[in-house]
Design a protein around this ligand. Structure first.
Ligand SMILES: NC(=O)C1=CN([C@@H]2O[C@H](COP(=O)(O)OP(=O)(O)OC[C@H]3O[C@@H](n4cnc5c(N)ncnc54)[C@H](O)[C@@H]3O)[C@@H](O)[C@H]2O)C=CC1
Ligand SMILES: O=C(O)CCC(=O)C(=O)O
Length: 387
Protein backbone atom coordinates (compact mmCIF):
# COMPACT_ATOMS: atom_id res chain seq x y z
CA UNK A 1 0.00 0.00 0.00
CA UNK A 2 1.44 3.38 -1.03
CA UNK A 3 0.48 6.68 0.57
CA UNK A 4 -0.03 9.47 -1.93
CA UNK A 5 -0.08 13.18 -1.24
CA UNK A 6 -1.86 15.44 -3.71
CA UNK A 7 -0.13 18.82 -3.34
CA UNK A 8 -2.55 20.72 -5.60
CA UNK A 9 -6.18 20.30 -6.62
CA UNK A 10 -6.59 17.44 -9.07
CA UNK A 11 -9.79 16.04 -10.49
CA UNK A 12 -10.70 12.45 -9.53
CA UNK A 13 -10.80 11.50 -13.24
CA UNK A 14 -7.26 12.73 -13.71
CA UNK A 15 -5.89 10.77 -10.79
CA UNK A 16 -7.92 7.65 -11.58
CA UNK A 17 -4.72 5.66 -12.11
CA UNK A 18 -4.03 6.18 -8.40
CA UNK A 19 -7.50 5.82 -6.97
CA UNK A 20 -8.81 2.89 -9.02
CA UNK A 21 -7.41 0.10 -6.92
CA UNK A 22 -6.40 -0.75 -3.40
CA UNK A 23 -2.69 -0.15 -3.91
CA UNK A 24 -2.98 3.52 -3.09
CA UNK A 25 -4.42 5.64 -0.35
CA UNK A 26 -4.42 9.39 -0.17
CA UNK A 27 -2.94 10.86 2.94
CA UNK A 28 -0.80 13.83 3.79
CA UNK A 29 1.67 12.54 6.41
CA UNK A 30 5.01 11.19 5.18
CA UNK A 31 3.78 10.08 1.77
CA UNK A 32 5.56 7.61 -0.53
CA UNK A 33 4.40 9.43 -3.63
CA UNK A 34 3.55 13.04 -4.35
CA UNK A 35 1.57 14.61 -7.20
CA UNK A 36 2.33 18.29 -7.59
CA UNK A 37 1.58 21.07 -10.05
CA UNK A 38 3.27 24.41 -9.40
CA UNK A 39 3.32 24.25 -5.57
CA UNK A 40 6.75 24.35 -3.97
CA UNK A 41 7.98 21.07 -2.48
CA UNK A 42 9.83 22.04 0.72
CA UNK A 43 13.11 20.29 1.46
CA UNK A 44 11.70 18.84 4.70
CA UNK A 45 9.00 17.10 2.65
CA UNK A 46 11.69 15.04 0.94
CA UNK A 47 11.74 12.36 3.61
CA UNK A 48 13.19 8.85 3.44
CA UNK A 49 9.64 7.57 2.86
CA UNK A 50 9.25 9.63 -0.31
CA UNK A 51 9.92 7.37 -3.28
CA UNK A 52 8.58 9.56 -6.07
CA UNK A 53 7.45 13.08 -6.94
CA UNK A 54 5.34 13.40 -10.06
CA UNK A 55 5.18 16.94 -11.43
CA UNK A 56 2.22 17.92 -13.59
CA UNK A 57 4.09 20.16 -16.02
CA UNK A 58 7.66 20.56 -17.17
CA UNK A 59 9.71 22.95 -15.01
CA UNK A 60 11.11 21.37 -11.84
CA UNK A 61 12.59 24.52 -10.29
CA UNK A 62 10.07 24.24 -7.41
CA UNK A 63 11.61 20.91 -6.36
CA UNK A 64 15.10 20.37 -4.92
CA UNK A 65 16.10 17.77 -7.51
CA UNK A 66 19.62 17.39 -6.12
CA UNK A 67 18.26 16.50 -2.70
CA UNK A 68 15.78 14.09 -4.28
CA UNK A 69 18.63 12.38 -6.17
CA UNK A 70 20.73 12.01 -3.02
CA UNK A 71 17.65 10.62 -1.27
CA UNK A 72 16.91 8.21 -4.14
CA UNK A 73 13.56 9.92 -4.82
CA UNK A 74 12.61 9.86 -8.48
CA UNK A 75 11.35 13.15 -9.95
CA UNK A 76 8.97 12.62 -12.87
CA UNK A 77 7.37 15.24 -15.12
CA UNK A 78 5.03 15.46 -18.12
CA UNK A 79 6.99 16.91 -21.05
CA UNK A 80 4.98 18.14 -24.00
CA UNK A 81 1.56 17.99 -22.33
CA UNK A 82 1.24 21.79 -22.15
CA UNK A 83 3.37 22.69 -25.19
CA UNK A 84 0.42 23.48 -27.44
CA UNK A 85 -1.21 25.60 -24.74
CA UNK A 86 1.93 27.68 -24.27
CA UNK A 87 2.42 27.96 -28.03
CA UNK A 88 -1.06 29.42 -28.46
CA UNK A 89 -0.54 31.97 -25.67
CA UNK A 90 2.80 33.01 -27.18
CA UNK A 91 1.01 33.68 -30.48
CA UNK A 92 -1.64 35.72 -28.65
CA UNK A 93 1.11 37.66 -26.88
CA UNK A 94 2.96 38.39 -30.12
CA UNK A 95 -0.29 39.79 -31.52
CA UNK A 96 -0.88 41.82 -28.38
CA UNK A 97 2.65 43.21 -28.80
CA UNK A 98 2.00 44.50 -32.33
CA UNK A 99 -1.67 45.51 -32.30
CA UNK A 100 -3.23 47.88 -29.72
CA UNK A 101 -5.95 45.34 -28.91
CA UNK A 102 -6.49 46.24 -25.23
CA UNK A 103 -6.57 50.00 -25.92
CA UNK A 104 -9.00 49.50 -28.79
CA UNK A 105 -11.40 47.42 -26.69
CA UNK A 106 -11.22 49.96 -23.84
CA UNK A 107 -11.91 52.89 -26.15
CA UNK A 108 -14.87 51.23 -27.85
CA UNK A 109 -16.34 50.34 -24.45
CA UNK A 110 -16.39 54.03 -23.63
CA UNK A 111 -18.44 54.92 -26.71
CA UNK A 112 -22.18 55.41 -26.19
CA UNK A 113 -25.23 55.93 -28.39
CA UNK A 114 -26.47 55.17 -31.87
CA UNK A 115 -23.41 56.63 -33.65
CA UNK A 116 -21.05 54.07 -32.19
CA UNK A 117 -19.98 52.74 -35.57
CA UNK A 118 -19.18 56.20 -36.96
CA UNK A 119 -17.38 57.19 -33.75
CA UNK A 120 -15.30 54.04 -33.75
CA UNK A 121 -14.25 54.76 -37.33
CA UNK A 122 -12.99 58.10 -36.03
CA UNK A 123 -10.76 56.62 -33.32
CA UNK A 124 -9.12 54.11 -35.68
CA UNK A 125 -6.33 56.40 -36.79
CA UNK A 126 -4.77 56.34 -33.32
CA UNK A 127 -4.96 52.56 -33.18
CA UNK A 128 -2.59 51.58 -35.97
CA UNK A 129 -0.45 48.53 -35.27
CA UNK A 130 2.25 46.50 -37.01
CA UNK A 131 2.35 43.07 -38.61
CA UNK A 132 4.36 40.06 -37.55
CA UNK A 133 4.91 38.98 -41.13
CA UNK A 134 8.42 39.80 -42.27
CA UNK A 135 9.76 40.45 -38.76
CA UNK A 136 12.42 38.35 -37.07
CA UNK A 137 11.62 36.29 -34.01
CA UNK A 138 14.35 34.66 -31.90
CA UNK A 139 13.43 31.66 -29.79
CA UNK A 140 15.53 30.84 -26.75
CA UNK A 141 15.17 27.11 -26.07
CA UNK A 142 14.20 24.60 -28.75
CA UNK A 143 12.38 22.03 -26.63
CA UNK A 144 8.78 20.87 -26.97
CA UNK A 145 7.42 24.42 -26.81
CA UNK A 146 10.22 26.25 -28.62
CA UNK A 147 9.88 24.00 -31.66
CA UNK A 148 6.12 24.48 -31.86
CA UNK A 149 6.44 28.24 -31.47
CA UNK A 150 9.13 28.29 -34.16
CA UNK A 151 6.92 26.43 -36.61
CA UNK A 152 3.88 28.65 -36.09
CA UNK A 153 5.94 31.85 -36.33
CA UNK A 154 7.29 30.57 -39.63
CA UNK A 155 3.72 29.94 -40.81
CA UNK A 156 2.89 33.52 -39.83
CA UNK A 157 5.55 34.65 -42.27
CA UNK A 158 8.24 35.53 -39.74
CA UNK A 159 11.96 34.87 -40.08
CA UNK A 160 12.71 32.47 -37.27
CA UNK A 161 15.99 32.20 -35.38
CA UNK A 162 16.58 29.63 -32.66
CA UNK A 163 19.14 29.20 -29.91
CA UNK A 164 19.91 25.79 -28.43
CA UNK A 165 22.93 24.03 -26.96
CA UNK A 166 23.01 21.27 -29.54
CA UNK A 167 22.17 21.21 -33.26
CA UNK A 168 18.54 20.60 -34.27
CA UNK A 169 17.44 19.81 -37.77
CA UNK A 170 14.44 22.14 -38.06
CA UNK A 171 13.60 23.34 -41.56
CA UNK A 172 11.50 26.29 -40.37
CA UNK A 173 14.23 28.06 -38.42
CA UNK A 174 17.88 29.02 -38.52
CA UNK A 175 19.88 28.01 -35.51
CA UNK A 176 22.31 30.73 -34.44
CA UNK A 177 24.57 31.64 -31.52
CA UNK A 178 22.93 33.48 -28.64
CA UNK A 179 24.67 36.77 -29.46
CA UNK A 180 23.47 36.62 -33.08
CA UNK A 181 19.91 35.93 -31.98
CA UNK A 182 19.98 38.87 -29.57
CA UNK A 183 21.37 41.21 -32.23
CA UNK A 184 19.01 40.26 -35.06
CA UNK A 185 15.61 39.65 -33.45
CA UNK A 186 12.66 42.05 -33.35
CA UNK A 187 10.90 39.68 -30.95
CA UNK A 188 12.62 37.37 -28.46
CA UNK A 189 10.68 34.55 -26.83
CA UNK A 190 12.13 32.85 -23.75
CA UNK A 191 11.22 29.16 -23.57
CA UNK A 192 14.08 27.88 -21.45
CA UNK A 193 14.04 26.09 -18.10
CA UNK A 194 15.46 27.90 -15.08
CA UNK A 195 18.86 26.40 -14.30
CA UNK A 196 22.16 27.72 -12.93
CA UNK A 197 23.13 28.33 -16.56
CA UNK A 198 19.99 30.25 -17.57
CA UNK A 199 19.63 32.28 -14.36
CA UNK A 200 19.89 35.97 -15.46
CA UNK A 201 20.86 34.87 -18.96
CA UNK A 202 19.20 38.11 -20.08
CA UNK A 203 21.35 40.63 -18.23
CA UNK A 204 22.88 44.06 -19.04
CA UNK A 205 25.27 42.51 -21.53
CA UNK A 206 22.48 40.69 -23.37
CA UNK A 207 20.21 43.76 -23.50
CA UNK A 208 23.07 45.87 -24.88
CA UNK A 209 23.33 43.54 -27.87
CA UNK A 210 19.64 43.87 -28.76
CA UNK A 211 18.14 46.19 -31.38
CA UNK A 212 16.30 49.25 -30.12
CA UNK A 213 12.59 48.54 -29.81
CA UNK A 214 12.84 44.76 -29.26
CA UNK A 215 9.79 43.03 -27.77
CA UNK A 216 10.67 40.43 -25.15
CA UNK A 217 8.29 37.62 -24.18
CA UNK A 218 9.09 35.45 -21.17
CA UNK A 219 7.23 32.16 -20.84
CA UNK A 220 10.24 30.32 -19.34
CA UNK A 221 10.76 31.54 -15.77
CA UNK A 222 11.09 34.92 -14.03
CA UNK A 223 14.72 34.59 -12.96
CA UNK A 224 15.99 34.04 -16.52
CA UNK A 225 15.62 37.83 -16.83
CA UNK A 226 17.56 40.24 -14.63
CA UNK A 227 14.72 42.61 -13.66
CA UNK A 228 16.91 45.65 -12.98
CA UNK A 229 18.74 45.23 -16.28
CA UNK A 230 15.37 44.91 -18.03
CA UNK A 231 14.02 48.13 -16.49
CA UNK A 232 17.18 49.95 -17.58
CA UNK A 233 16.84 48.49 -21.09
CA UNK A 234 13.25 49.78 -21.28
CA UNK A 235 14.44 53.26 -20.19
CA UNK A 236 17.12 53.18 -22.90
CA UNK A 237 14.56 52.17 -25.55
CA UNK A 238 16.20 48.79 -26.17
CA UNK A 239 13.06 47.01 -25.02
CA UNK A 240 9.78 48.40 -26.33
CA UNK A 241 7.60 45.89 -24.52
CA UNK A 242 8.02 43.04 -22.06
CA UNK A 243 5.31 40.40 -21.74
CA UNK A 244 5.87 37.94 -18.94
CA UNK A 245 3.97 35.00 -17.48
CA UNK A 246 5.64 35.62 -14.10
CA UNK A 247 4.47 38.80 -12.31
CA UNK A 248 7.09 40.74 -10.32
CA UNK A 249 6.50 43.44 -7.67
CA UNK A 250 8.93 45.89 -9.28
CA UNK A 251 6.92 45.87 -12.53
CA UNK A 252 3.53 46.81 -11.05
CA UNK A 253 2.01 49.73 -12.94
CA UNK A 254 4.73 49.82 -15.63
CA UNK A 255 3.07 50.79 -18.92
CA UNK A 256 5.55 48.83 -21.09
CA UNK A 257 5.16 45.59 -19.18
CA UNK A 258 2.25 43.17 -19.42
CA UNK A 259 2.11 40.53 -16.70
CA UNK A 260 0.08 37.32 -16.99
CA UNK A 261 -0.53 35.10 -13.96
CA UNK A 262 1.43 32.02 -15.13
CA UNK A 263 -1.29 30.87 -17.51
CA UNK A 264 0.90 29.53 -20.33
CA UNK A 265 -0.10 25.91 -19.70
CA UNK A 266 -3.44 26.77 -18.14
CA UNK A 267 -5.95 25.15 -20.47
CA UNK A 268 -8.40 22.39 -19.59
CA UNK A 269 -6.81 20.20 -22.25
CA UNK A 270 -3.23 20.63 -21.03
CA UNK A 271 -4.14 20.22 -17.38
CA UNK A 272 -6.10 17.03 -18.06
CA UNK A 273 -3.31 15.51 -20.18
CA UNK A 274 -0.64 16.49 -17.66
CA UNK A 275 -2.54 15.15 -14.65
CA UNK A 276 -3.31 11.87 -16.34
CA UNK A 277 0.27 11.39 -17.47
CA UNK A 278 1.67 12.33 -14.05
CA UNK A 279 -0.60 9.91 -12.22
CA UNK A 280 0.24 7.11 -14.67
CA UNK A 281 3.97 7.79 -14.28
CA UNK A 282 3.66 7.74 -10.49
CA UNK A 283 1.63 4.55 -10.41
CA UNK A 284 3.96 2.74 -12.82
CA UNK A 285 7.02 3.69 -10.82
CA UNK A 286 5.55 2.69 -7.48
CA UNK A 287 4.03 -0.60 -8.65
CA UNK A 288 6.46 -1.78 -11.34
CA UNK A 289 9.61 0.32 -10.91
CA UNK A 290 9.09 1.65 -14.45
CA UNK A 291 10.60 5.07 -15.12
CA UNK A 292 9.36 7.36 -17.85
CA UNK A 293 10.08 11.10 -18.13
CA UNK A 294 12.27 11.59 -15.11
CA UNK A 295 14.73 14.43 -14.62
CA UNK A 296 17.02 12.44 -12.32
CA UNK A 297 16.48 8.71 -13.02
CA UNK A 298 17.15 7.11 -16.41
CA UNK A 299 14.15 5.78 -18.32
CA UNK A 300 13.62 2.09 -17.51
CA UNK A 301 11.04 -0.52 -18.43
CA UNK A 302 11.04 -4.28 -17.94
CA UNK A 303 8.08 -6.62 -18.35
CA UNK A 304 7.16 -7.71 -14.81
CA UNK A 305 6.95 -11.49 -15.25
CA UNK A 306 8.67 -12.86 -12.15
CA UNK A 307 6.99 -12.69 -8.73
CA UNK A 308 9.56 -10.29 -7.28
CA UNK A 309 11.61 -7.34 -8.44
CA UNK A 310 14.54 -5.68 -6.79
CA UNK A 311 15.27 -2.09 -7.83
CA UNK A 312 18.45 -0.23 -7.00
CA UNK A 313 19.41 3.39 -7.61
CA UNK A 314 23.10 4.08 -7.02
CA UNK A 315 26.03 6.27 -7.93
CA UNK A 316 28.01 4.84 -10.79
CA UNK A 317 31.24 4.07 -8.96
CA UNK A 318 34.00 1.53 -9.45
CA UNK A 319 33.28 -1.92 -8.02
CA UNK A 320 29.70 -1.21 -6.92
CA UNK A 321 28.12 -3.72 -9.29
CA UNK A 322 30.50 -6.47 -8.09
CA UNK A 323 29.49 -5.70 -4.50
CA UNK A 324 25.78 -5.92 -5.37
CA UNK A 325 26.30 -9.22 -7.19
CA UNK A 326 28.27 -10.59 -4.25
CA UNK A 327 25.39 -9.82 -1.87
CA UNK A 328 22.90 -11.47 -4.22
CA UNK A 329 25.13 -14.56 -4.39
CA UNK A 330 25.67 -14.66 -0.64
CA UNK A 331 21.91 -14.79 -0.03
CA UNK A 332 21.23 -17.16 -2.94
CA UNK A 333 19.19 -14.64 -4.90
CA UNK A 334 19.30 -15.65 -8.51
CA UNK A 335 19.15 -12.89 -11.12
CA UNK A 336 16.34 -13.38 -13.67
CA UNK A 337 15.51 -10.70 -16.23
CA UNK A 338 17.22 -7.44 -15.56
CA UNK A 339 17.77 -3.94 -16.92
CA UNK A 340 20.35 -1.34 -16.02
CA UNK A 341 20.39 2.25 -17.23
CA UNK A 342 22.52 5.30 -16.51
CA UNK A 343 21.82 9.01 -16.20
CA UNK A 344 23.97 11.85 -14.89
CA UNK A 345 26.37 9.57 -13.02
CA UNK A 346 23.68 7.40 -11.43
CA UNK A 347 22.49 3.91 -12.33
CA UNK A 348 19.01 2.44 -12.00
CA UNK A 349 18.91 -1.34 -12.05
CA UNK A 350 15.87 -3.64 -11.97
CA UNK A 351 16.49 -7.30 -11.19
CA UNK A 352 13.66 -9.83 -11.35
CA UNK A 353 13.74 -12.73 -8.90
CA UNK A 354 11.85 -16.01 -9.27
CA UNK A 355 12.15 -17.05 -5.64
CA UNK A 356 13.10 -15.40 -2.41
CA UNK A 357 13.65 -16.57 1.13
CA UNK A 358 12.13 -13.92 3.40
CA UNK A 359 14.90 -13.97 5.99
CA UNK A 360 17.66 -13.88 3.37
CA UNK A 361 16.12 -11.13 1.26
CA UNK A 362 15.71 -8.94 4.32
CA UNK A 363 19.40 -9.31 5.16
CA UNK A 364 20.36 -8.68 1.53
CA UNK A 365 18.26 -5.49 1.44
CA UNK A 366 19.94 -4.17 4.60
CA UNK A 367 23.42 -4.90 3.23
CA UNK A 368 22.71 -3.31 -0.13
CA UNK A 369 21.23 -0.21 1.51
CA UNK A 370 24.42 0.14 3.57
CA UNK A 371 26.65 0.29 0.47
CA UNK A 372 27.81 3.92 0.29
CA UNK A 373 26.97 4.62 -3.37
CA UNK A 374 23.50 3.10 -3.03
CA UNK A 375 20.77 5.72 -2.70
CA UNK A 376 17.64 3.54 -2.78
CA UNK A 377 16.78 -0.17 -2.73
CA UNK A 378 13.23 -1.46 -3.16
CA UNK A 379 11.71 -4.93 -3.23
CA UNK A 380 8.51 -5.07 -5.30
CA UNK A 381 6.03 -7.90 -5.41
CA UNK A 382 4.28 -8.43 -8.73
CA UNK A 383 0.90 -6.73 -8.29
CA UNK A 384 -2.15 -8.93 -8.75
CA UNK A 385 -5.63 -8.03 -9.88
CA UNK A 386 -4.77 -4.59 -11.22
CA UNK A 387 -6.96 -3.29 -13.98
N1 LIG B 1 4.55 29.59 -18.70
C1 LIG B 1 4.15 28.35 -18.52
O1 LIG B 1 3.03 28.08 -18.08
C2 LIG B 1 5.06 27.25 -18.87
C3 LIG B 1 6.42 27.44 -18.81
N2 LIG B 1 7.27 26.43 -19.15
C4 LIG B 1 8.70 26.73 -19.06
O2 LIG B 1 9.28 26.52 -20.34
C5 LIG B 1 10.39 25.66 -20.22
C6 LIG B 1 10.53 24.85 -21.49
O3 LIG B 1 9.45 23.96 -21.63
P1 LIG B 1 9.50 22.76 -22.69
O4 LIG B 1 9.84 23.28 -24.03
O5 LIG B 1 8.26 21.99 -22.53
O6 LIG B 1 10.72 21.94 -22.10
P2 LIG B 1 11.77 21.05 -22.84
O7 LIG B 1 12.51 20.34 -21.77
O8 LIG B 1 11.14 20.28 -23.93
O9 LIG B 1 12.73 22.13 -23.53
C7 LIG B 1 13.69 22.89 -22.87
C8 LIG B 1 14.82 23.07 -23.85
O10 LIG B 1 15.73 24.02 -23.31
C9 LIG B 1 17.03 23.55 -23.59
N3 LIG B 1 17.99 24.17 -22.68
C10 LIG B 1 18.15 23.94 -21.37
N4 LIG B 1 19.14 24.72 -20.91
C11 LIG B 1 19.60 25.44 -21.94
C12 LIG B 1 20.61 26.41 -22.09
N5 LIG B 1 21.34 26.79 -21.05
N6 LIG B 1 20.81 26.94 -23.30
C13 LIG B 1 20.06 26.56 -24.37
N7 LIG B 1 19.09 25.64 -24.30
C14 LIG B 1 18.87 25.09 -23.09
C15 LIG B 1 16.94 22.04 -23.45
O11 LIG B 1 18.01 21.41 -24.09
C16 LIG B 1 15.60 21.77 -24.08
O12 LIG B 1 15.72 21.57 -25.47
C17 LIG B 1 10.10 24.81 -18.96
O13 LIG B 1 11.29 24.33 -18.37
C18 LIG B 1 9.40 25.81 -18.07
O14 LIG B 1 10.34 26.54 -17.30
C19 LIG B 1 6.81 25.22 -19.57
C20 LIG B 1 5.48 24.97 -19.63
C21 LIG B 1 4.49 25.95 -19.25
O1 LIG C 1 0.55 25.17 -15.45
C1 LIG C 1 1.33 24.75 -14.61
O2 LIG C 1 1.03 24.52 -13.44
C2 LIG C 1 2.76 24.48 -14.95
C3 LIG C 1 3.21 25.18 -16.15
C4 LIG C 1 4.69 25.29 -16.14
O3 LIG C 1 5.21 26.32 -15.81
C5 LIG C 1 5.52 24.14 -16.51
O4 LIG C 1 5.00 23.13 -17.01
O5 LIG C 1 6.74 24.23 -16.30
Amino acid sequence: MYKIQLMDNFTPESTRALSQDSYFIEQTERPNGMMVRSSIVADQQITRDLLAISRVGVGVNTINVEKCTENGTVVLNTPGTNANAVKELVVASLLIAVRPIFTAVKQVKELRGSHILAESEAIREKLIGHELQGKTVGILGLGSIGKQVGRICYELGMDVLGYARSPHDLSFLTQVALTELLKQSDFIVILLPLTAETNHLLNDKAFNLMKSGTCLLNFGRDQIVDNQALLAAIDQGKIAQYITDFPQAEFIGHDKIIMLPHIGGNTHEAIKDGEQMASRHLRNFLLYGTVRDSVNYPNARLLFQAPYRLTLFYQDSKGIWAEIVAILAQYELEIGDMSSNRKNGNVYTMIDLDTINQEKIEKALVEMTELVPVRRVRLLTKPVGIK
